[in-house]
Design a protein around this ligand. Sequence first.
Ligand SMILES: NC(=O)c1ccc[n+]([C@@H]2O[C@H](COP(=O)([O-])OP(=O)(O)OC[C@H]3O[C@@H](n4cnc5c(N)ncnc54)[C@H](OP(=O)(O)O)[C@@H]3O)[C@@H](O)[C@H]2O)c1
Length: 300
Amino acid sequence: MKTVLILGATGNLGGLAASVLNERYPEVGLRLTSSRESGCDSLRELYPNAEVLGADWYDPSSLVEAMRGVDSVFIVVPDFTTDESIVTPNIISAVKTVGGISQVVRLIAIPPGLTAAQLSPEFLATRCGANLSVIAKPLLDASGLPMTYINVPCWIMFNLPWFLAPEIKARRRLAMPRLSDSSRLWISEADVAEVAAKILAEDPSKHVGEEYVLTGTERIDFVQITKLLGEVIGEEVVFAADDHPLRDAMGDKFDALMTYFRHETRDYGGVPVTNTVARLLGRPQVTLRQYLTTNRDLFI
Ligand SMILES: NC(=O)c1ccc[n+]([C@@H]2O[C@H](COP(=O)([O-])OP(=O)(O)OC[C@H]3O[C@@H](n4cnc5c(N)ncnc54)[C@H](OP(=O)(O)O)[C@@H]3O)[C@@H](O)[C@H]2O)c1
């Protein structure tokens, strides 16, 4: 039986990928990790058939233990906190120490062609999105490991219920700082997770060496999302250039996020639309209207 290790299986994308693998690919064995005891407990409850271990990517020996005997590894690191200059070398070293791993799948977010040299120290210090990936990818490329990249240089739809829903529910306002507005590509978290699960479940030889760039199907700005939300909810929603709700939602991460937006609204603007999700999954990808309709209850 093939065994897939998900490092960070309590996370949004790692958790969804675990769930898809568990439900649709019963032939795949799952090993799931969290760096927290409480995270391991909830993984054991959710996935009684999986092996669950504690692993912290700042603790090299825990990574080696987590990787022993697995065939494929999936890595998704969190924004704001990850020090890629430590985490990625530790992961590379653990894969090499263990040996025999046939595929390392890493989620990244890099507008095609963007490199660390093009990003100011101020942007890199946000440790968000491309500012993580432009550090990690060159290290992974140089490592000689059997890599597959899932590159998502756009916004994931879960951002909407995460930091916009409370204000939409309470005051029917899509409230965001003016400088964060941009015409963006949007992709559903379910599509990203399905792609990851498929890549992890299939024969690695089909995917090693590939970089799959996943995007939304069309560019949509906040005014258009506001209109869409109004249609889905059946009540008027207005756009408000107001940073207070985001400040409340993000707490001490707010300033870093505002700095990140200055680079993101600039550097993600030229990302071309791809059909990679439809090509890999053999079905059209989820549109923002479909996502909002399915998740309408989160906004009313
Ligand atoms: N939001 C967007 O629109 C968007 C768009 C494109 C790309 N992305 C990228 O998506 C990624 C975030 O994905 P996500 O939301 O799924 O992340 P997440 O929910 O924050 O999950 C991160 C995972 O990392 C684990 N983790 C944290 N510290 C750890 C440590 N020291 N050792 C081992 N594991 C640790 C966490 O598990 P424990 O805490 O249980 O250990 C958690 O499972 C970022 O890289 C971001 O750039 C986001």
